[in-house]
Design a protein around this ligand. Sequence first.
Ligand code: ZN
Length: 281
Amino acid sequence: MSEKCVKCGEAVALHLTACPVCSTSAGFPNVRVAQSAKEADALTVRYDSAMVSAEALGVTAEVEAFEKAVATDSVAVMNRALGSLSSWINGESPLFYSFWHQVKYLGREPNESEWDQQRGAAEAAISPFYFEKINFAALTLDGHGMTYYGPYSVTLKSLMIEDRASVFDQNPFNFLKTHHIVGGKAPPSGYRAPWKLRGRLAVAKLQPEISPGKAFGDILMGPRRAEADCEFVEVHVFDAIHRLGIERIVGPMPTERVDRATWNQIVRKAKKLGVKVEVSP
Ligand SMILES: [Zn+2]
């Protein structure tokens, strides 16, 4: 897949960030892929089918309200352990880098979990050639993310990510399992969207869950957030995230004294950065 360079008209493959001939910026690969005709058309088919089902069930108004809520109020939330949050907020570098950047350049050791062992293959299948630059977050309406990855939910400022973020139907690892994708087979289209169309993607995925009286926040992301297989729409953010891109931090007061000192440092620095901090179990 490729598109034409806006400057010189030569083909620019979707995974590139700049034209290979004249170096003019081409945008963010994950967003370009999500905006490609193949992906957009396939998402429209899924969305239209969801709206037909909604009409048959008599819940069109609820589904439209859900889409609007997600399109305007949903946020990207990354979860961190206390130490990792501390390095981001107080460390020498203000940037949070992707897992693969950390492994390659910052000495991070992948662990022996199934996830760390297999994530490269899953991410490469969904985001070929550019997966190493992707940071992951969960799309939520309540600011509480996947505590499975760490108890501190970090909401990102939409302004800092909206041009470089896309949304994806599921965690890539679970997506490949759901769709029985084996090595060498391309994943199906229509399961991703640029940030501004996240409401459409959420409808295509979650329409069967929408019924009168059910809270939109609980439909978008279920309650089992401490479990690896909790369902959520995943946000893919291209490139590192600066600590000035943090809007809010929600998490528990640590019980150990040494951790409380770290937490207090985080709170002090967060206030200086203008980040809202909330203690919540
Ligand atoms: Zn060019």
